[in-house]
Ligand binder design. Structure first.
Ligand SMILES: [Zn+2]
Length: 322
């Protein structure tokens, strides 16, 4: 059971799994058994009594969430275990990423259940499944980054000089749907996040197309916000070459490249485009992915960090102050 402390998830989730294995999670039935005068009904469906087996594996909506996360076989296997302890033991025998996905699912569902119990508005299964899968990837990438950071030469995000703003920019491209998303994060010389932004990009030709539109959108926003000296940082070398005008032939994207260069010339005191490796661009990579799922929605612009990237922002800051 000590394995729980090695899980690739934040410690709040490890603690949750520990309590679950030791039957000390506050399921309604457990509380009632302890003499508390509360309804034993599941706060989500309000049909069945809520014990761990019902809430985590059998409640109608949680079954949907497991299925949307591609975990139906695992759900059936874990549900069949006689006790919470054997269930957790079985779970710890899965590959590391599956362990992370399942424990993140259980944790999110527990939070969802608590929120419903407090009278909060329930979230859709699709939304929960997306958050769960997304967080899991984030946890696994973070741990991988921490491992890499120990073995590789310094490869990390660095803040811009004083008076400058660094904008990390990324575009995502979904070839099957022919669309994508953009993401941008604006940080100052202290590494503080001023603005996070993301949005959907329809009718995308290829990855470079989405990178260019991402850069254009982000730089328009920078100009609207009155930023005069900016570093725009991208992990797309071709985009940097396009802006630096290295004589690359962009054929159908040539017009777009020219428009972008003109805009930069006319709107900034100074604007430098720099390349960074992918590991330094995780924050916006995440935002661009989020943007690609925002079809039909207005762009999302937040002052300060967007909650979905707070892990990566913190890890950028931590790595550059080491
Ligand atoms: Zn239920």
């Amino acid at each position: 059971m000590e394995d729980i402390w090695q899980l690739t998830v934040p410690s709040k989730i490890r603690h949750f799994m520990w309590r679950l294995a030791h039957n000390s999670t506050a399921f309604c039935v457990n509380l009632q058994r302890k003499g508390l005068k509360i309804s034993p009904l599941c706060p989500v469906c309000r049909i069945h009594e809520e014990d761990g087996g019902h809430l985590l594996f059998k409640c109608k909506q949680v079954k949907e969430v497991w299925r949307l996360c591609g975990l139906e076989a695992e759900r059936l296997l874990l549900m069949d275990q006689g006790t919470a302890m054997t269930m957790v033991e079985k779970l710890m025998a899965f590959p590391v990423e599956k362990q992370a996905l399942i424990t993140t699912l259980m944790w999110n569902w527990w939070c969802e259940r608590n929120n419903r119990r407090e009278g909060g508005k329930g979230r859709l299964s699709e939304e929960l499944a997306w958050i769960i899968q997304h967080q899991t990837r984030e946890f696994c990438t973070l741990q991988q980054n921490q491992k890499n950071a120990r073995s590789l030469p310094r490869q990390h995000w660095t803040p811009p000089p004083e008076e400058w703003i660094k904008i990390n920019i990324d575009g995502s491209f979904r070839p099957d749907e022919r669309n994508g998303g953009w993401g941008a994060v604006f940080r100052d010389h202290m590494g503080d996040v001023l603005v996070c932004a993301s949005g959907f990009l329809p009718n995308i030709l290829n990855a470079l197309h989405s990178e260019m539109l991402a850069a254009e959108t982000a730089l328009h926003l920078a100009s609207d916000l009155g930023m005069g000296r900016v570093y725009s940082e991208t992990d797309a070398l071709l985009l940097k070459d396009a802006i630096d005008d290295k004589g690359v032939d962009f054929s159908d994207l040539g017009v777009l490249a020219d428009r972008l260069k003109d805009f930069i010339r006319c709107n900034f005191t100074e604007c430098k485009t720099v390349y960074c490796p992918r590991v330094c661009n995780q924050v916006v990579h995440t935002l661009a992915t989020k943007g690609s799922l925002m079809a039909g929605m207005a762009p999302c612009v937040t002052d300060g960090p967007d909650p979905c990237v707070s892990f990566f922002v913190a890890s950028d800051l931590a790595s550059h102050t080491v």
